[in-house]
Design a protein. Structure first.
Lengths: 458, 158
């Protein structure tokens, strides 16, 4: 203990009460352990896609999250490692690895929800998983206050952060399908998913440790291009990896743009039980008649103080949550804690036959994340290259919900700028001028020209 | 090695005290310790050493606290709502309220650092390992936490 902190230590010890261990604490822990095994880690969910239907559809929130209803691959790997290695409280402790992904999943959802709340009125759709991965990539090159700010947003620090987001990403590889093989018209019975990312450098290189960490944790390939080619290079990748649902990159190519990180997610899945109807006219609060799906489907049902919710499965792991606030409560008025509460309640709720009616959706959004999440400091990305900062951060998302299932695509792109030198004066040679090549130490001119028509040869 | 019940009887009080400092409420403290125990039970036989198990359980408890920071029930904490064995003088009660209010303003990671460092007297290296952060960050958070607590009126009289 450092002497100068003794006052604080004494005060804390004085106020913290001496406590007696209540009887039954261990027995209760045993019961909880057997219960949590029965639901097999289903509380660890990641919001791969969340949508708040705000202005036009004011009374409904839907969140689609791959649910780790079975053991996720990282948890399986963790339990295997657990068998091999009895090490205690070290960094690679399996129980803690699982806790890391749990933290990362919760932080992703909080981040996505903050983006929706920060994006203003109207329908908003965001992919928290893609958003978090984009930020996790930036974290590898962030320094100082920016690094602290990103760590705060992602809920973890250093290798624990990289490892947790890497594990979440890899936990979905079982669903991985190439984008051209994903049916976006007739969603497949077995959910199909495609994840991709990339680092694009424009007329300069990124620092080797940054590139190395992106490759190690997130399998990020690097592509070098020029300013002239950049737009076409970015657009083609976005189009291909979103299955054509998102046509072009949101990044505007400007002279100070030197690096772009791209992250894409494409998802298509049929409902485990399709809806019987998709032509119902639903009288939607404040909007009027909208097309709706209707059917009696197996779903988990839960309710809280300010919401009711159902969980509609795609398979035994991926599902969509529809969270309906009580009348008079706007979807964005729900807190992230209420979304988490709904998730936890749904995870343990029994499956019932639920007569479900909800709108058909075809949402599209382009979100300026720098504006939606101003609390995240992206001004010091010096690990990417000296003087780097995020000049643009965009997410484009599409979410379609029909009687057959759900199709979604999201692309998150961060444009990293080189600090521009502020011009003190501008000079444009737009009329006849003199051009001289000179040795400034002797003032001896090597060339001298008078230019009156730059397009002519002489 | 004695059984887990004896272990919890012997060491549970100190862990509960730490959990109370983290959550500011005796019920939440029991809930936190029990959750950590439920997660750690499987390791007890394997570790075959009370000292190692305590480190494992402590790490699990702190990380559970940090990762559950969005859980609503723990957010709605009311300082000193239920404090067992409140035998202190009026001055202690006031100090407690004051310190708990100051702790409440800290981010969870900082509060965890303050508890482990100053209530449990754990060395910087152990705090860093348990919380998965660098020693520099532990020192930074401890410094900030101390500054916050010193800003509260009653602490200045200690």
């Amino acid at each position: 203990m450092i002497d100068e902190d003794r006052d604080v230590a004494e005060a804390l010890k004085k106020v913290a009460p001496q406590m007696v261990v209540p009887r039954g604490l261990v027995a209760g822990a045993r019961k909880r352990r057997s219960r949590s095994r029965a639901v097999a880690g289903s509380v660890a969910g990641v919001g791969a896609m969340a949508v708040a239907v705000g202005f036009a559809l004011p009374a409904m929130v839907s969140a689609i999250g791959p649910l780790f209803a079975g053991q996720s691959s990282s948890q399986q790997a963790a339990s295997q490692a657990d068998e091999r290695d009895g090490s205690a409280a070290g960094g690679a402790n399996p129980a803690l690895v699982a806790q890391g992904t749990e933290t990362a999943a919760a932080a992703s959802e909080a981040l996505g929800w903050a983006a929706i709340q920060g994006a203003g009125p109207g329908n908003q759709v965001v992919s928290p998983s893609s958003l978090a991965l984009s930020l996790a990539m930036a974290a590898e090159g962030a320094e100082g206050a920016s690094e602290a700010s990103i760590d705060e947003a992602l809920g973890l620090v250093g290798d624990a952060r990289s490892g947790a987001y890497s594990d979440l990403r890899r936990s979905l590889t079982g669903y991985e399908t190439s984008p051209d093989r994903i049916d976006l018209v007739d969603p497949p019975v077995t959910p199909a998913l495609h994840l991709a990312n990339r680092l694009v450098t424009i007329d300069r290189e990124a620092e080797a440790p940054f590139v190395e960490r992106l490759a190690r944790w997130f399998d990020v390939p690097v592509v070098a291009t020029t300013q002239g080619e950049a737009k076409a290079v970015l657009d083609a990748w976005v189009n291909e990896n979103s299955g054509g649902l998102i046509e072009e990159s949101a990044i505007e190519v400007v002279p100070e743009l030197k690096v772009v990180t791209q992250d894409a997610l494409l998802f298509s899945a049929a409902w485990a039980t399709p809806f019987e109807r998709d032509d119902l006219a639903l009288d939607f609060d404040g909007v009027g008649k909208v097309d709706a799906l209707q059917g009696i489907v197996p779903a988990r049902y839960a309710e809280g103080d300010r919401w009711t919710a159902i969980r509609l499965p795609y398979d035994d792991r991926l599902a969509a949550d529809v969270i309906l606030p009580k009348p008079g409560v706007a979807p964005t008025a729900l807190t992230e804690a209420e979304l988490a509460e709904a998730g936890a309640a749904l995870a343990t709720a029994p499956v019932e036959q639920v007569d479900t009616t909800m709108p058909v959706l075809d949402l599209r959004s382009k979100m300026d994340l720098l504006k939606a999440l101003p609390q995240i400091d992206l001004n010091d990305l010096g690990g990417i290259f000296d003087g780097a900062f995020a000049g643009q951060w965009w997410q484009q998302s599409v979410l379609q919900v029909s009687a057959k299932g759900t199709v979604g695509a999201a692309v998150t792109e961060m444009g990293v700028y080189e600090s521009a030198v502020l011009a003190e004066r501008s000079f444009v040679a737009d009329r006849g001028y003199v051009f001289r090549v000179v040795d400034t130490s002797t003032s001896w001119p090597l060339f001298l020209a008078s230019v009156v028509d730059p397009s002519a040869a002489g | 090695m004695p059984d887990i019940e004896s272990f919890v009887e012997a060491r549970g009080g100190d862990l509960l005290r730490a959990a109370w400092t983290l959550t500011g409420d005796a019920h939440h403290a029991e809930d936190l310790l029990q959750t950590a125990l439920a997660k750690s039970l499987g390791a007890y036989d394997r570790l075959a050493n009370d000292h190692k198990f305590e480190a494992y359980l402590r790490t699990t408890m702190y990380r559970t606290y940090i990762s559950w920071w969005r859980r609503r029930s723990w957010r709605s904490e009311t300082p000193s709502e239920y404090v067992p064995e409140v035998r202190g003088s009026e001055a202690t009660v006031e100090l407690r309220l004051d310190v708990m209010r100051a702790l409440e303003t800290l981010p969870r990671m900082q509060r965890a650092v303050m508890t482990m460092r100053y209530v449990e007297d754990r060395p910087v290296a152990e705090v860093a390992e348990a919380l998965g952060i660098s020693e520099g960050t532990v020192k930074k958070y401890a410094h900030r936490g101390c500054a916050t607590l010193r800003g509260s009126a009653h602490l200045q009289e200690v």
